[in-house]
Design a protein around this ligand. Structure first.
Ligand code: HEM
Length: 396
């Protein structure tokens, strides 16, 4: 059985910047790779599409971090949310938020997405260098999730975003000053603000505040955790799709030209950008609740199972020439938005934002190129996401 120590060190060293050669090695030599963590925890890294897809919806895997003693799943007081829950808690928590994200409600946000995209790009007029992530993708995606949750304008700030992102990017190295305060303090402030303002149920946070304490509703800890979760994943996902996607397009000028000339439907292109450099690289926390066998390896209860979505989406058993960006690729059964009970709640929102953002950016910015050599781009060291700190471009 190959263990983590068997992986060629050059692949490991490069995997933050480029995980794909590492993933290819895993799929070929160790489709279920065992890693023994210093504290005694065991983590299995699963890399083939068929296994990842099956395990994303396998009830023998639990999503409750409490099953692993000492495991730190996230910031204190903010961990009781649907990503870390099994049925029936998961069903209850998901039901409370899912209505806000159904396609009909999301489609109604199109005018807001249009205006936000336009205003942000207007604000870039005359700028020689633009950071696609910080100047565009971050404020766009955060504005949208703030609107859905019903946050007051004054809290839609870089400070709020930084505090949230610092919980998943330990080496906070964003450009600019650090945000002060704690994430729990911030979320407490948001909820107190909602309560003071006489919350309405027309926004999601207002509805959650109303459900707090009611039968079948939420506890205070679940309320705070859910608000934290939605604010974080509501932007630190689509933000990375826009960043990773723009980088992929800049590296493939012939594909970029297809999009510019509208030779490929934008919805199809977005699916390929989701597959090609998946913003959620590794699925969220899962632990074996029962023994199971994966790729010939026996996984014991209490072992953590990491499902490598970014690897599954490059599996040659499923995708022809998987390392090729092909914006017209159909079918495209990628797993970038998950699969099964925990399938992404924000899928319609992410797809709509991306399908408006990419064409608008390309049209309004005109030809651009990377402002720095590619190996100077800095990828964020996070457990789940794949995304850049910044994507600086200049008009070509
Ligand atoms: C391109 C953007 C996005 C990508 C790639 C993405 C990806 C994913 C994936 C892979 C999962 C499943 C994780 C797992 O099973 O371990 C997931 C779940 C989830 N996503 Fe997204 N997501 C995106 C955007 C969003 C947005 C905009 C929201 C808005 C709130 C959102 C909210 C959620 C939530 C709440 C879950 C947990 C669902 C559950 O556990 O039942 N996502 N997402």
């Amino acid at each position: 059985m190959p263990t983590a120590t068997a992986v060629p060190s050059a692949l490991v060293e490069r995997r933050l910047a480029d995980p794909y050669p590492y993933f290819a090695w895993l799929r070929r030599h160790a489709p279920a790779l065992r890693e023994d963590k210093p504290g005694g925890a065991v983590v299995w890294h699963v890399s083939r599409y068929a296994d990842v897809r099956a395990l994303l919806s396998d009830r023998r895997l639990s999503k409750c971090p409490q099953r692993v003693p000492g495991y730190v799943a996230g910031p204190p007081g903010l961990n009781r949310h649907l990503v870390h829950a099994d049925p029936p808690e998961h069903t209850r928590l998901r039901h409370l938020v899912s209505a806000a994200f159904i396609p009909r409600h999301i489609a109604a946000l199109e005018p807001l997405i249009d205006t936000t995209v336009r205003d942000l790009i207007d604000g870039l007029d005359g700028r020689a260098e633009i950071d696609v992530v910080g100047d565009f993708a971050a404020p766009l995606t955060f504005t949208l999730i703030c609107a859905i949750l019903g946050l007051p304008e004054r809290l839609n700030t870089d400070r709020t975003r930084r505090l949230l992102l610092a919980t998943v990017t330990p080496e906070a190295a964003w450009p600019g000053p650090d945000a002060d305060g704690t994430p729990a303090g911030l979320i407490g402030e948001l909820i107190a603000d909602k309560r003071r303002g006489g919350h309405s149920e027309s926004d999601l946070l207002g509805a959650l505040v109303s459900a707090c304490g009611a039968a079948g509703g939420l506890t205070e800890e679940e309320l705070a955790s859910t608000a934290y979760l939605l604010l974080l994943v509501g932007h630190d996902t689509t933000m990375n799709l826009i960043g990773n996607g723009m980088l992929a397009l800049l590296r493939h000028p012939e594909q970029l030209a297809l999009l510019e000339r509208e030779r490929v439907p934008i919805r199809t292109a977005v699916e390929e950008l989701l597959r090609y450099d998946s913003p959620v690289r590794d699925a969220t926390f899962r632990v074996a609740a029962e023994p199971l066998t994966v790729a010939g390896e026996r996984i014991e209860p209490g072992h953590i199972v990491s499902l490598l979505i970014g690897s599954a989406n490059r599996d040659p058993d499923v995708f022809e020439q998987p390392d090729r960006l092909d914006l017209a690729r159909t079918p495209n059964n990628h797993l970038a938005l998950g699969h099964g009970t925990h399938f992404c709640i924000g899928a319609a929102l992410a797809r709509l934002q991306a399908s408006i953002a990419f064409p608008s950016l390309l049209r309004r910015l005109g030809p651009v190129r990377l402002a720095v050599p590619e190996d100077e781009l800095r990828w964020r060291p996070t457990r789940v996401m794949r995304g850049l700190y910044t994507l600086p471009v200049v008009r070509a």
